[in-house]
Design a protein around this ligand. Structure first.
Ligand SMILES: C[S@@+](CC[C@H](N)C(=O)[O-])C[C@H]1O[C@@H](n2cnc3c(N)ncnc32)[C@H](O)[C@@H]1O
Ligand code: SF4
Length: 453
């Protein structure tokens, strides 16, 4: 980061910008797109469409104080049972609308903690899905695993549903950091969860790590990374802690005086990335790493990587159907988000309906800008010729924005090369701020986001 003036850099590190897991971003979804629209969009999917499913389980046995996910703690299982009954009903309703000629290519169980479900409920959920939808023979089945949940019976359930891919939450191995975020999890427990998943069929294991947490230093983050590398995960996601206490009240349990500042966060993420790359991993996009043979690394090298609500993915399906409260889907016509209030979600699907609370119908310009933002987030570059080929009507306006941005930066962060616009290697940590330059909504938006790095 030598070419960027000091003041501008620190301003940008603390700038608040979206993570661009969608465009437009979720704060711009609105209630004008509701269940009736979704019903039409689902019914219009052509036969033979390959789809991905995302199932959201908004429960955890305990609450980590740093968590920004859509979840809640429950000590009793009754609410989970009621929720699962509704989820089964929603599966049937959606499957009836899309018809039998739709092929499921991937399923992702996320949360919250899907592994807090009883083993029999995990198996029953999978059975209902397979009865309702036609699965491709090689469908990916991925599961977010909370290592503290795991026992033999749960691993057996994951093997029974054909899990192929898992992602384990680690965050940090330092006991002092773990105490400050209410997330105790020993290295040995994590090791046994990785081994358990691999021995039950997971071909690819991801570990989630987080920097910018309370009490972390460059040295402590490096120590966590070195421990994680001992487990030889196929992928590592390295997230910057998003401190959003105005949105997640339990984060007020974290004293802001314990948090590293923007410069320290940047140093932690830089050092962590260096150690992971020295360990033989390829840096992927903003915050992921993968072994060179992993499908995400292959997708990156061949320009086929994508970004969706789960982050970076090699899943190139055009249709993502979200199931469960708060889940977000993407169809060719736009985005759909289910009601985040579980009670309301259960009532709506219980009556045999859909439970959309808001969404967004794409304009042609949204698709063009969304394409540029996705390519920047995935490839750190985009081709003007490709933009003009895909979106001829909107390319001139967007390229004018690109030239203005590259001019503003005088080549430090974003530059025009002979046949493409690129985020410079030094500018990569700031790719979200570059993407924001193409976001017409940001100029009018009122949403608050987390720090850029
Ligand atoms: C749904 S959880 C993963 C599965 C499981 N619940 C667990 O914690 O092991 C998703 C991941 O999001 C990340 N995450 C959650 N809250 C975050 C925050 N405030 N800032 C950055 N990353 C966060 C964590 O790395 C976490 O593992
Ligand atoms: S980090 Fe995972 S286990 Fe912790 S509260 Fe969030 S979703 Fe639940």
């Amino acid at each position: 980061m030598t070419t960027t003036p000091e003041v501008a850099l620190s301003d940008r590190l603390s700038a608040q910008v979206p993570r661009y897991t969608s465009y437009p971003t979720a704060p711009h979804f609105h209630p004008g797109v509701a269940s009736e629209t979704y019903r039409q969009w689902l019914s219009a999917l052509p036969a033979g469409t390959g789809i991905s499913l995302y199932l959201h389980i908004p429960y955890c046995d305990r609450l980590c104080w740093f968590c920004a996910c859509n979840t809640r703690q429950t000590r009793q299982y009754g609410p989970v049972t009621r929720y699962l009954a509704a989820l089964h009903k929603e599966i049937d309703t959606v499957a009836a609308l899309v018809g039998p000629a739709i092929r499921v290519r991937s399923v992702h169980f996320g949360g919250g903690s899907p592994t807090m479900l009883l083993p029999a409920d995990i198996v029953a959920l999978d059975r209902r899905l397979r009865q309702a939808f036609d699965y491709a023979a090689d469908a990916e089945i991925s599961v977010e695993i909370e290592p503290n949940d795991m026992d033999e019976a749960r691993f057996d359930a994951l093997a029974a549903i054909g899990m192929t891919r898992v992602s384990l939450g680690v965050q940090d191995f330092d006991p002092k950091v773990q105490a400050a975020i209410n997330r105790e999890q020993s290295f040995e427990l994590t090791r046994s969860a990785v081994e358990g998943a691999r021995s039950r069929g997971a071909r690819s294991v991801n570990l989630d790590l987080v920097y910018g947490l309370p009490h972390q230093t460059v040295a402590s983050v490096e120590a966590t990374v070195r421990q994680a590398l001992q487990l030889r995960p196929d992928r590592i996601a390295l997230f910057g802690y998003a401190h959003v206490p105005w949105f997640k009240k339990h984060q007020t349990m974290i004293d802001e005086a314990w948090l590293p500042d923007a410069r320290e966060r940047f140093a932690q993420s830089t050092r962590a990335g260096e150690v992971i790359v020295e360990g033989g991993y390829e840096a992927i996009g903003l915050d992921h790493f993968a072994l060179p043979g992993d499908s995400l690394a292959v997708a990156m090298r061949t320009g086929r990587m994508h970004r969706n609500f789960q982050g970076y993915t090699d899943d190139d399906g055009e249709v993502l159907i979200g199931l469960g409260s708060s889940s977000i889907g993407r169809l060719p016509q736009g985005y759909i988000q289910n009601n985040p209030a579980t009670g309301e979600y259960e009532r709506q699907v219980g009556e045999g309906g859909l439970a959309v609370s808001r969404g967004y119908a794409f304009s042609e310009e949204d698709l063009a800008r969304g394409w540029v933002i996705e390519r920047l987030m995935c490839d750190f570059a985009f081709s003007p010729a490709e933009l003009a080929r895909l979106f001829p009507a909107h390319a001139p306006g967007i390229l004018a924005d690109a030239r203005r941005l590259a001019g503003d930066d005088r080549g430090a962060v974003f530059a025009e090369e002979h046949d493409r616009f690129v985020v410079t290697p030094e500018g990569r940590p700031l790719v979200r701020t570059v993407a924001a330059g193409f976001d017409t909504f940001l100029r009018t938006g009122k949403a608050r986001h987390s720090a850029a790095v």
